[in-house]
Design a protein around this ligand. Sequence first.
Ligand SMILES: [Zn+2]
Length: 271
Amino acid sequence: MLKGLIQRWRQHREQQQLARHAIPDALWELTLLRYGFLAQLSPQDRSELRRLCSLFLASKEFHGAGGFEVTDEVAVSVAAQACLPVLKLGLHWYDGFVGIVMHEGQLVVPRSEMDEDGVVHEYEDTLAGEAMAGGPLVLAWSESTPEAHERLEGFDPVYSVVIHEFAHVIDMWDAGMQGPQGAPALATPQARAAWFATLEAEWQWFCDQVDEGVATVIDPYGAEALEEFFAVATEAFFVAPMELRHEQPALYRILSAFFLQDPAAPAAPAV
Ligand SMILES: [Zn+2]
């Protein structure tokens, strides 16, 4: 009885949120047009993505930093890219934070690090985005648009800062304050061990390519750390799936099994 009531209340609340945060047709079409990898989804997946986006917009709070105005276009662009990885997994993967801070351009963050002699080095880091355990998530709009890809002049076609940062969020879902590990939560210790065996082998191969100066589908930044490799591999999985499947098939397979998506497969015909 109570369970039924709670379920009905949840459905009612979801309907309200969907109505209140419905994405206008024109804006949705524009978003699909700008991000080709979203337009490639099957019609069913596109409508599910649109539904998730509305629920995402209902549950997250956008803030513009330094006078940056978060327009509907900005919010929907971020929501659509953010919801893609969890299309088949559910929005609860993003329950760990609420705030999304948007900057117009890249962020300059002061850092300090102590070396092994105990000397503290102060320096500035330039970031396109940052995901912290417990949030908020920080993103630079200038790096989140399709135009940002063009600026790279074909050097790196696989680029989605939004997917990158949300991959870190997924990675941190079960990590608490430990930060990202390079693995999302998996059902069993065996699954986790198998994940790391494949991921580390794929990372090793990738680092060798980067060391030798060979161009890779995945952003060379992935050589920095295993958790960064997971984030840039996730970008490639969604933005250039066929290229990734061709270049690192075993990596493609574990990502496909986790995200429950096969973006390199041709989309089902429209019904
Ligand atoms: Zn990262």
